[in-house]
Design a protein around this ligand. Sequence first.
Ligand SMILES: [Zn+2]
Length: 265
Amino acid sequence: MTKKIGYPDKWRDYSHVTIVKGNFFPNVVSASAGNYQYDLAKLNKPVDRSEWYTTPSTVTAYNNPSANEIVFPAAILQPPYFDNNADDALNYGGIGMVIGHEMTHTFDDQGAQFDKYGNVKDWWTKDDYAKFKAKTQQVIDLYNTFTVLDSLHVKGAMTVGENTADIGGVSIAYDAFKMTKEGHDTTKVDGTYTPDQRFFISIAKIWRVKMKDQFLRYWINNNPHSPPMWRVNGPLMNTNPFYKAFNVQPGDSMYLPPKDRIHIW
Ligand SMILES: [Zn+2]
């Protein structure tokens, strides 16, 4: 059978991993050791470009700059991200935003260092890269101001790549949405929200996450993504159509003066 790029031709072998019911810690150790051996076995071998770094049943998406690929496993292609029966506003604000996010990673602070073949190579003009760096510094400065818990702030430098991808992702998804029939419409759906409002509400819907304060503290110090609420509010504060859709005015908590709104991609 011809091997199709992006389609695994075999299931991964987990036979050397021992899982015993009710034995959490040894199970984790065995799985970690199994992963380590799996990675070690790749040494000195050609890159397997058909490999996925996640299972089809995991709700996630990723950009792998070494292969210049973006991957969306089956599990994320369902509500609230994607619904075949939903209107375009919901789908473009959902999976559309996720796809735009992954596309933008190719041009964030990390992805920008890889060329189209997936090799680390500086392919930017000096001038473009200097402008890009100045804009990502704006992203760092803005996200540093976001308060998460009492005096705890988002760490702008640690999350800059993901925040850049979020801001770019919303902008790409919105542009794509505007190319649909519904994107041109201003009629309220079911008499409640306009298509643009539904697009932005859908972005908020995909990031509905609850977590304990203790976990949030851990997240802030260890996760390269901003906490879910700031993955919505951060990009939308920088998206002009959001201001129009909800008539956001000076004094509103998400208002940024036009000169301070960041537009990268
Ligand atoms: Zn990301």
